[in-house]
Design a protein around this ligand. Structure first.
Ligand SMILES: [Zn+2]
Length: 282
């Protein structure tokens, strides 16, 4: 269940205490940002003598780098470096996509969430209303404009992912573009003014030309790589079962029998939903 992959020990409440020397720090390095490129966004870490990944401590940072509290796990605090530090002696870049592993640790999920936060800080340096510099609020997770009073809060983009079923079959697709080329469920961002259930019906219609009924909520998952919150739904086919990929996003769409669903090393919500269907739990 999605609840089981959420790190319950991850405390997202922001604190404003002074950084401590042993706080861990997330230093992100920009990739080249091109679709399908191998130079992806990364964070700095090293492998310690016991073979475990180790993030830099606050004490490892140059003194001119500002760091802000991101999360805590248990008593361990994680800071986010706000400046551009592409190189830190003894540490190497680790691609953020490597975190999407089969059994992510709480720290992996925290780093993915920190990546979402970092993209928001990086992309909101200036006030979108008046163009002056924004600065972090002193009492909440927000950026404020001293010039016009604008307050900018972190942005989370809701997205839906839907398992459309027809008896013992489930609708799968394959994207035409981007790094992910395995079979996947239909998914897409919720548009302004739309309910999540309407987004489910629209995405299935746009991507596959099919109708759905009995749309039921399954669970949710934060997805920092795209700055979104994934909302998972099951739905039943309504009408003609022949998919016709329409808008160019997909290279393939088709039905997969419950018995032909293989194991996967992917922990994402969509995969959990496919396996719930395979195992007869949906
Ligand atoms: Zn402003």
């Amino acid at each position: 269940m999605p609840g089981e992959i959420t790190p319950t020990e991850l405390d997202v409440q922001m604190t404003f205490a002074q950084p401590r020397h042993d706080d861990r720090v997330l230093l992100f390095v920009d990739g080249d940002g091109r679709k399908g490129s191998s130079r992806e966004d990364a964070f700095l870490a090293r492998i310690n003598a016991r073979g475990a990944r180790e993030l830099p401590r606050y004490a490892d940072l140059p003194t001119n780098v500002e760091a802000i509290h991101a999360f805590s796990i248990g008593g361990q605090r994680f800071l986010l470096a706000l400046g551009d530090v592409a190189v830190l002696e003894g540490f190497e870049p680790v691609g953020v996509r490597s975190l999407v592993a089969s059994h992510p640790e709480s720290e992996d999920l925290a780093i993915l969430a920190a990546y979402h936060l970092r993209c928001w800080y990086r992309d909101n340096r200036f006030c979108g209303r008046c163009g002056m510099l924004l600065s972090p609020s002193a009492n909440e997770r927000a950026l404020t404009c001293a010039s016009c009073g604008n307050v900018v809060y972190p942005r989370i983009s809701p997205a839906i992912i839907v398992a459309v079923t027809d008896g013992d079959r489930i609708l799968m697709t394959r994207y035409a573009h981007g790094p992910y080329r395995k079979r996947a469920l239909v998914a897409g961002f919720v548009e302004i003014g739309e309910t999540a259930e309407q987004a489910v019906a629209r995405e299935v219609r746009e991507e596959c030309g099919l109708g759905v009924k009995n749309v039921r909520y399954y669970g949710s998952q934060p997805w920092g790589l795209s700055g979104s919150l994934m909302l998972g739904y099951f739905a039943e086919l309504d009408g003609d079962p022949e998919p016709s990929p329409g808008d160019g996003e997909l290279s393939w769409a088709g039905w997969v029998d419950r018995r032909d669903i293989a194991e996967s090393d992917d922990y994402a919500l969509g995969r959990q939903m496919v396996e719930a269907f395979r195992d007869g739990r949906r």
